[in-house]
Design a protein around this ligand. Structure first.
Ligand SMILES: [Zn+2]
Length: 637
């Protein structure tokens, strides 16, 4: 290949591939035969089109400061006419139809040129904002020794999600699902003094999680790109400042990506730690449920959402009675059989706290929140008991447990809502029998009342008493205050001003980069296809040459394309020998923010037709005003 001296000039807005191309001598595209079996292709072969053009003997333009011309006919955009039958949600279907991604195996996707361009733009926004917030980019291995995970016992916490194997020397190895352990190992080896703190390290890297049910396209996969950041501070105030800086960076990142993301209170889950906040993109196809107060700004994942205490009512008047309920064991069947409603029934759920059984009482139409229940016993595992334990504790088959006369449990915890119930139905701790006319105080006594259920539509806000509404959301980011969990377990200590050894105080901050694309598509699409926010569109503008066979049209389309590229607009030229309808359809399906169409009719009308994807209004502008017009349209986001 000839040297690309003409490309060495710094472009106005250098894209990654242009920088790579300019800094790498062309002859190093592949390794010499002496370099072993590895073939060293350039990491990001966006200049592949140019290389291919060389091989084909096609003349290549060199005056374009941003690299080779991007011609639709020379890239790979395999759009589909049919909606894929296995697509579960709009983003899944549209990413396949628009030719952005292709599945390889369960929960693993290849990003084709358009998908990868969008993903790279999202990555670049994330990187810019992390850098701006003072975080330092590093790159950690995806291969971890299992021993590192054993130091924090998270090999057990993550269980089967952790992909592990033995290498050829028999060393137990893990494919990293997250990097708290690895980054803490770096800090315990390299940080000695409070003078080196605060420190925020981050990376953008592929993670591996053996999800039980990969689903919804790129939303839940076993391999994905994550931005994960970790802060190390000398004290709590330091952690507050790092957390705040990351939170603000996240707000900017999602705004720049064109996402309407809400910050909601969240459960810390397997990460541990005190405070945590999720950034959620509200969309009907989201996996998470969020509770949003309609009167104040309280917002929380339903797993986390606090519910207010309820005043205890005095016991009812009805006598306690045992009734036969042969083979009737579910809430639905019991209420139908007894001619009552679910809110007049109390479910008795036997749980194991460590290995001790406890009973949780929940109103029949409510749902137990295991995370809330678990918070009552910090540091212990809490789970629903297996059938054998339920039978041993209650003396009855599953479905007939009740609080009256229940002796096999250490505690009976009642949800707040139970405090307002009288004359209700419970199991009788006896096969095929229930109790009616049950009352607290008179017939049994809970050891405690607590908030242990899932929030639902219409519940009261614990902060202001307003009404909660439930929405679905996609989690795109999560910030945690971790505290000293990892630094203590792994002895990541530093010397403070008085020379005392102290564990660093940590925070961790994740963004699911692939999810940014899926969430953007969920929020921005219509029946024709994707409607990209300009910042993460694969190309900002699609220049459609409506009749490449006509020299006048072809030349005008090329001039239009060049005027945009020269003005710093990221454009592609649809030069295909195809019907206009096909090109318009593909433009709408892929969802370029602005479409520029050049044909005999627009030229006769004095120029070129310009239209935003999200508008039906087209406008004909003269060629010399095109770039300014397009930039004006793109500025709207
Ligand atoms: Zn409220």
């Amino acid at each position: 290949m000839p040297p690309r001296s003409s490309r060495a000039a710094a472009p106005a807005r250098p894209w990654m591939f242009v920088k790579l191309a300019a800094s790498r001598p062309a002859s190093r595209g592949r390794a010499s035969p002496t370099s072993g079996r590895m073939t060293l292709w350039p990491m990001r072969d966006a200049c592949g089109a140019a290389a291919r053009a060389d091989r084909l003997g096609v003349p290549r333009r060199t005056q374009n400061p941003r690299g080779p011309d991007m011609l639709w006919s020379r890239t790979l955009i395999p759009t589909l006419k049919e909606t894929p039958s296995d697509a579960e949600i709009p983003s899944h279907s549209l990413m396949l139809k628009a030719g952005l991604v292709r599945p390889l195996g369960a929960g693993a996707y290849s990003y084709l040129p358009l998908g990868w361009r969008s993903l790279r733009k999202a990555i670049e926004i994330v990187r810019e904002e992390m850098d701006r917030a003072g975080a330092l980019e590093i790159l950690m291995p995806a291969l971890h020794p299992l021993s590192l995970w054993q130091e924090t016992k998270r090999d057990q916490v993550l269980g089967d999600v952790l992909i592990r194997f033995r290498d050829r020397r028999g060393r137990e190895t893990v494919l990293g699902p997250t990097h708290e352990e690895v980054v803490t190992d770096i800090v315990r080896n390299e940080v000695r003094s409070y003078r080196q703190l605060p420190l925020i390290l981050y990376q953008i890297q592929t993670k591996f999680r053996d999800e039980e049910r990969p689903r919804a396209g790129v939303l839940r996969t076993r391999e994905f790109i994550m931005k994960d950041g970790y802060s190390f501070d000398a004290d709590e105030q330091g952690l507050d400042a790092s957390y705040r800086a990351m939170y603000e960076a996240y707000v900017r990142i999602f705004e720049r990506c064109g996402l309407k993301a809400l910050a909601v209170e969240a459960e810390s889950g397997a990460m541990g730690g005190s405070a945590s906040c999720e950034f959620m993109v509200v969309t009907p196809s989201g996996e998470d449920s969020l509770a949003l107060c309609s009167s104040c700004d309280y917002r929380a994942n339903v797993e986390r959402c606090e519910l207010p205490p309820v005043a205890e009512t005095p016991p009812g008047e009805k006598p306690l009675e045992r009734v036969a309920t042969p083979g009737v064991a579910t809430v639905e069947k019991v209420t139908a059989f007894l001619g009552t409603s679910a809110d007049k029934l109390v479910k008795t759920l036997i749980c194991l706290v460590g290995d001790e059984p406890v009973a949780a009482l929940i109103r029949g139409d409510h749902e137990l929140n295991e995370a809330k229940l678990a918070r009552l016993w910090p540091g212990k595992t809490v789970a629903l008991a297996d059938d054998a334990t339920v039978q041993r504790v209650t003396g009855a088959p599953v479905g007939f447990a009740g609080p009256v006369g229940l002796r096999g449990v250490k505690e009976i915890v009642a949800d707040y809502a139970v405090a307002a119930m009288t004359d209700f139905v419970t199991g009788a701790n006896l096969a095929d029998a229930h109790l009616v006319g049950v009352n607290r105080g008179r017939d049994f006594r809970p050891t405690a009342y607590a908030d242990i259920r899932m929030a639902r539509q219409g519940d009261r806000c614990a902060r202001c008493g307003g009404e909660l509404r439930i929405e679905r959301g996609i989690e795109v980011g999560h910030v945690f205050k971790l505290g000293m969990r990892y630094s203590q377990a792994m002895k990541a200590t530093f010397l403070d001003e008085e020379g005392r050894e102290r564990p660093a105080i940590m925070g961790c901050y994740g963004i699911g980069v692939n999810r940014i694309l899926a969430a953007a598509i969920e929020q921005h699409h219509d029946e024709r296809g994707i409607v990209w926010p300009a910042a993460i569109a694969p190309y900002e503008v699609d220049v459609i040459c409506l009749n490449p066979a006509a020299a006048q049209v072809r030349e005008a389309a090329e001039r239009a394309y060049r005027s945009l590229v020269d003005a710093g607009v990221d454009a592609i030229l649809d030069d295909r020998d195809a019907r206009a309808g096909v090109k318009f359809k593909d433009a709408d399906l892929v969802g370029f923010p602005v479409r520029v169409a050049v044909g005999e009719r627009s030229l006769a009308a004095g120029g070129i037709e310009v239209k935003r994807r999200d508008s039906d209004e087209a406008e004909v502008v003269p060629l010399d005003g095109l770039a300014a017009k397009v930039k004006e349209l793109l500025a709207k986001g």
